[in-house]
Design a protein around this ligand. Structure first.
Ligand SMILES: [Zn+2]
Length: 195
């Protein structure tokens, strides 16, 4: 059942905005964030509270995408219980409505989001000067140890270098876990590889 709906939605997105838009996971995450914010607004959550939540989330360590996606669905199901709503029915209704809209209208809406800087597709990411993370390690070879490299930013060394540089010094514990392949940092996210 879920797959049928998932396929219909995927088809719809590709038809309206192209495959790039469907497979751009950052864009997909941004759309989830927008809809979650709209749900909160419709439930009379104050804007200040919404800002506080985003601030707190970004202040804390990054989670794993798949665990977080599970949490999104988990919390939505709990909301559905509280609101005495059938999510599948609600999604079906939205799908029907979306399928009835013209492609011109849908693309115009998407362009508006792009212009407002709230869509990721086609956007060129400009790293902020004080970006919390960067992709590249700043590698140096310690004196007398040519051929091995350590990062002056995160402190990773050879086997304890994460895939990408987290941009801040790792704790000893983090470094040990990276070395043990139990923790890694990639594309701005700390995550735990499945072993
Ligand atoms: Zn580094």
């Amino acid at each position: 059942m879920e797959d049928t709906l998932k396929q219909r939605i995927a088809k719809f997105v590709v038809n309206a905005w192209g495959a790039d838009c469907l497979y751009d996971r950052k864009e997909r995450a941004v759309r989830v964030l927008e809809e979650a914010a709209e749900l909160a607004q419709a439930e009379h959550v104050a804007q200040e509270t919404a800002h506080r939540i985003v601030g707190r989330v970004y202040f804390r360590p990054c989670g794993n995408v798949f665990e977080e996606a599970g949490d999104v669905f988990f919390t939505l199901l709990a909301w559905a219980w509280a609101a005495d709503s059938d999510l599948e029915f609600l999604t079906e209704k939205r799908m029907e409505r979306a399928e009835g809209l013209s492609l011109d209208y849908l693309r115009k809406k998407h362009e508006e989001k792009r212009a407002a800087g709230t869509s990721m597709t086609g956007a060129v990411e400009v790293p902020e000067p004080n970006a919390k993370w960067r992709t590249q390690h700043v590698l140096v070879e310690p004196e007398g140890q040519e051929g091995v490299a350590g990062c002056t930013v995160c402190g990773g060394f050879e086997g304890s270098l994460p895939l990408h540089c987290p941009g801040t010094a790792m704790t000893v514990e983090d470094e040990q876990q990276v070395y043990a392949r139990a923790l890694d940092f990639a594309r701005g996210i700390w995550w735990r590889p499945r072993v």
